[in-house]
Design a protein around this ligand. Structure first.
Ligand SMILES: Nc1ncnc2c1ncn2[C@@H]1O[C@H](COP(=O)(O)OP(=O)(O)OP(=O)(O)O)[C@@H](O)[C@H]1O
Ligand SMILES: [Mg+2]
Length: 243
């Protein structure tokens, strides 16, 4: 099958948690296609399923039902070791809480994906990226010696080091002041525009969502709106449906 440039494809992806006899439905059937190079903002109220959706698309978690493909590779039924290999080649992930390893320097943190997944020596690449995010003087500092904004820039360099075709970020500016938030956002956008990296960004910020090529709104585990800014009508606007 030719998946063309449809880099991320979900078909009726569902996620539920079995809590004793009770099933808690978190995502109730998500179908969407994200073409290569698109900047997609995912918005919605707290608890609507944004992080769960991003985790499924990134292969950090597996769906309870449905299909997910990255670059045509079905990832919905892979075991963790296989998922990790796909993640390593395809995905750079940025968390709200940075998730740096405290016992490693900035440079060593950026090199982590190399050591886990990539052949060869990433040292010059890691140094170059830390320079690009403005941390050339901070490479040998530990996370505790860095501000929040600096830590998140290290996390960006780490997400970019293996040149992934897809970057996913879950409220990457949520813990930052507006100046640092803007800096982090601009680095993500630059990567999207200059390198053509597909960018899926979870955000609470309406202004940020407005800058995206496309806005997907989640409510109670369903996509309730899917809009290309500039087009007057949403691609999809559904009333809330269940099941
Ligand atoms: N492991 C779990 N067990 C039970 N419920 C869970 C689990 N993970 C997520 N949930 C529930 O699923 C729903 C969606 O969670 P999710 O973290 O995806 O929301 P979110 O949209 O990212 O919210 P926020 O904006 O607060 O980050 C929430 O009601 C949450 O409590
Ligand atoms: Mg979340």
């Amino acid at each position: 099958m030719n998946w063309g440039n449809r880099v991320i494809e979900l078909r009726e992806a569902k996620k539920w948690i079995q809590n004793g006899a009770r099933r808690v439905d978190i995502l109730k059937g998500i179908s969407l296609t994200i073409p290569a190079g698109q900047f997609v903002a995912v918005v919605g109220a707290s608890g609507s399923g944004k992080s769960t959706l991003l985790g499924l698309m990134a292969g950090l978690d597996t769906p309870s039902a449905g299909e997910i493909r990255l670059d045509g590779i079905p990832i919905h039924n892979l075991v963790e070791s296989e998922l990790a290999a796909v993640r390593g080649r395809k995905i750079g992930f940025v968390f709200q809480s940075y998730q740096l390893i405290p016992t490693l320097t900035a440079l060593e943190n950026v090199l982590l994906p190399y050591e886990l997944n990539v052949e060869g020596n990433g040292l010059s690449k890691a140094r170059q990226l830390l320079g690009e995010v403005g941390l050339q003087e901070r490479m040998d500092h530990y996370p505790i010696q860095l501000s929040g904004g600096e830590q998140q820039r290290v996390a960006l360099a780490r997400a970019f080091v293996a040149d992934p075709p897809i970057v996913m970020a879950d409220e990457p500016t949520g813990n930052l002041d507006s100046t640092n938030g803007r800096l982090v956002l601009d680095l993500l956008l630059e990567r999207n525009r200059r390198a053509g990296t597909t960018l899926v960004l979870v955000t609470h910020d309406a202004d940020v969502a407005h800058e995206a090529d496309r806005k997907i709104v989640l409510k109670d585990g369903l996509v309730v709106e899917d809009t290309l800014p500039g087009s007057p009508e949403p691609l999809l606007q559904s009333e809330e449906k269940n099941g």
